[in-house]
Design a protein around this ligand. Structure first.
Ligand SMILES: Nc1ncnc2c1ncn2[C@@H]1O[C@H](COP(=O)(O)OP(=O)(O)OP(=O)(O)O)[C@@H](O)[C@H]1O
Ligand SMILES: [Mg+2]
Length: 239
């Protein structure tokens, strides 16, 4: 569904992606794991057209989208839930959800709203409240819900567990698994490698702008080098 070839991106001449190649099959949930500054967000921003690619190609559903504008990529159904959620805190929960449809050039359909609210029932109770009044976990659910309002064919998620308590993270990941089980293709960026491996079938490890390793998530979770580099340092209570 998504094929990335030798993708490069730089900020002011400093390369953040140094030739990344990666594939996501339709219906899969794939993890992209890496340390701070590895280039994970840059990769997602390149895919959604926010950061320009310096070289390489991105093909989504058979079409080259490497130099397609962000709004056209969104309209094609490749939707991005950015790092830090970026919801509009002064607007209501409902307004944020409706804007999600607009951002993807879709009509805010009643059925889609119902599906989102069934997935995150807590949002239903807070539809008229200001988004800024939500807890961190609820804001993450809103950010995912907002993307879902655009009826994505594929979802790019940037660190949905960031700053969330383990129990809330469980809820968010359960929702992602439900979405994936329903057929939605997902590329999940996570610093929490343990949790990413548990929820995905395949994982890529990004290290300083290049893919250091990839394989079945279950195999990577058992790999001694991966354990030492990505799983060993996790704080107690994480994962
Ligand atoms: N807007 C920017 N301007 C200049 N440099 C940037 C910018 N955004 C990211 N970088 C640099 O590019 C590199 C990759 O950053 P990126 O944010 O993609 O990493 P990341 O893997 O998402 O990290 P994190 O886990 O902290 O979110 C880093 O060296 C970072 O400092
Ligand atoms: Mg990031």
């Amino acid at each position: 569904m998504l094929a990335i070839r030798d993708l490069r991106a730089a900020y002011d001449g400093i390369e953040a992606l140094r030739g990344v190649s990666l594939e996501v099959q339709a219906g899969a949930m794939v993890a992209l794991v890496g340390a701070n500054g590895a280039g994970k967000s840059t990769l997602l921003n390149c895919l959604s057209g926010i950061v320009p690619a310096a070289a390489g190609s991105v093909v989504f559903e058979g079409e080259d989208i490497t130099r397609v504008s962000a709004h056209k990529i969104a309209r094609r159904g490749l939707l991005h839930v950015p790092e830090g959620r970026q919801i509009l805190v002064d607007l209501s929960v409902e307004e944020n959800l409706r804007l999600g449809a607009l951002a993807a050039r879709q009509r805010a359909r009643r059925e889609t709203m119902d599906t989102v609210l069934a997935l995150f029932p807590i949002l239903k109770d807070k539809l008229r409240q200001q988004a800024g009044a939500l807890s961190g976990g609820q804001q993450q659910m809103l950010a995912i819900g907002r993307a879902l309002m655009g009826e994505p064919r594929m979802l790019l998620l940037d660190e949905p567990s960031l700053g969330l308590a383990p129990l809330v993270t469980d809820q968010v990941f359960a929702a992602l698994r439900t979405l994936n089980a329903g057929g939605l293709t997902i590329l999940l960026v996570e610093q929490n490698a343990r949790r990413a491996f548990l929820s995905t079938s395949w994982a890529y490890l990004l290290d300083q702008g290049t893919i250091a390793k990839d394989g079945p998530s279950a195999a990577l979770a058992q790999d001694a080098e991966v354990i030492a580099r990505y799983l060993g340092h996790l704080a107690a209570g994480e994962g």
